[in-house]
Design a protein around this ligand. Structure first.
Ligand code: ZN
Length: 276
């Protein structure tokens, strides 16, 4: 694990420790997340990663040699050779991004790729001036996967998935390519299909203030607010509809929470209400 971390850090990828599926319970530290009951193992940040990430070998040795952790990349902290921002395209099945590119009349060119349990992560450099988040823009509904940019993270090569699959660099010498213009344009486009989703439209009943409460979170309070709003939403509805969870999830992703983390928080809130 340390070898993988040192290899990536030498290429200036900023790293931090995440849960490892071999630990007796999840090392994830997010508010509203119960390590003892976590079932989404091997992915959750073990530190407050937006501030606590490093390329320093001594720190990496502490995280990845003296302790058992998966390696994660702090996407927002990484910069390309000309100051570019890191953008990771996460295909949920092999070839997903190639299919999307082809459907839009483009060819997906080789770039730094990590194979995952389900598909692959493609690392790309996006222009420094671009403001990208985790939204899919106009690719929503056209791509089987996610995009990680800005305040986000991905599990890195060398890590172990809960299924035992090891995240692996396809070609260790291949650096991230420049993100193609069509991809950047698509990610910055407003998702036509989601204009009238509950977040911007009229969510059922008393949900609007809760969604707004999440949307107005400052960075440090996002998870707390999401957890609180989820608890209130589930309390107010004896039969929770998928609409509630998806509205809150969309709001959380919109403010930059990684989708998996937001899902976990909402699930925890639901479980804690259900337990009552
Ligand atoms: Zn966890």
């Amino acid at each position: 694990m340390l070898d993988s971390a040192l290899f990536l850090a030498a290429k200036d990828f900023h790293l931090f420790p995440a849960d490892h599926p071999g630990l007796p319970q999840c090392a994830g530290r997010a508010r509203g997340h119960d390590p003892a009951t976590c079932t989404d193992r091997g992915k959750h940040p073990a530190v407050a990663f937006t501030r606590n990430h490093s390329t320093d070998p001594a720190k990496l040795a502490y995280w990845f040699h003296t302790q058992l952790h998966n390696i994660a990349v702090c996407v927002g902290a990484c910069r390309g050779p000309a100051g570019e921002r890191l953008l990771v395209v996460d295909s949920d099945r092999p070839g997903a991004i190639e299919d999307t590119a082809a459907a839009l009349g483009h060819k997906w060119l080789p770039t730094m790729r990590v194979t995952t349990a389900k598909g692959h992560h493609d690392y790309l450099w996006a222009p420094r001036a671009m403001k990208l988040g985790n939204g899919l823009g106009s690719l929503r509904g056209r791509f089987d996967g996610d995009v990680r940019a800005g305040n986000a993270y991905v599990i890195a090569a060398g890590s172990v998935h809960a299924t035992g699959v090891i995240y692996t660099l396809e070609d260790p010498e291949r650096p991230p390519a420049q993100a193609p213009d069509w991809l950047i344009s698509a990610l910055q486009a407003r998702p036509a299909a989601t204009r009238r989703t509950p977040v911007s439209g009229q969510p059922s009943g008393n949900l609007t203030p809760l969604v707004r409460f999440v949307l107005e979170s400052r960075e440090k309070e996002r998870n707390n607010r999401l957890f609180w709003a989820s608890c209130r939403a589930f309390e107010a509805n004896s039969a929770p509809s998928p609409n509630i969870a998806s509205s809150l999830l969309e709001a959380a992703v919109r403010i930059g929470l990684p989708e998996a983390e937001a899902r976990q928080t909402i699930t925890s809130a639901y479980r804690s209400r259900a337990a009552r």
